[in-house]
Design a binder for this molecule. Sequence first.
Ligand SMILES: [Zn+2]
Length: 164
Amino acid sequence: MSVVAAAEPATVREVVAEVLDPEVPVLTIDDLGILRDVTVDEHGRVEVTITPTYSGCPAMDAISADVTRALADKGFDDVAVRTVLSPAWTTDWMSDAGKQKLLDYGVAPPQPRSDTSVMVALSLRCPQCGSPETHELSRFGSTACKSLWVCESCLEPFDHFKAL
Ligand SMILES: [Zn+2]
């Protein structure tokens, strides 16, 4: 009988779940919903499975490095970060806590995809003042995964994390 590895999968997952997304540094990769699985085998080897967001957010190398570093800090040196492209990530995987953090950060969170239509896009609320009087300035905001909007009430521009 082999000795059970010291690494508890639940603990390892907690370490990985704390890693922040490089594109949206208020969200963890768990909030974003891109952290799919964390396993620890009998040799203590950690395998982290991530489904990247769409190609407009080329953050995978940074996420992979951050996950590896976070685990190394806790003594897990044998780490593999695997990316799985199917099923494709959608903004529906973002947690409600994540959406609230986005709003607090001043970014309008994505709507559920079932609601995503031209009509709904017109009713995006300003994350600063809550006014529905907003309009899109540009399809692309600070990154390709966000569009740039402006509020007609408080005149503040804001990013919208596009639904996908
Ligand atoms: Zn406003």
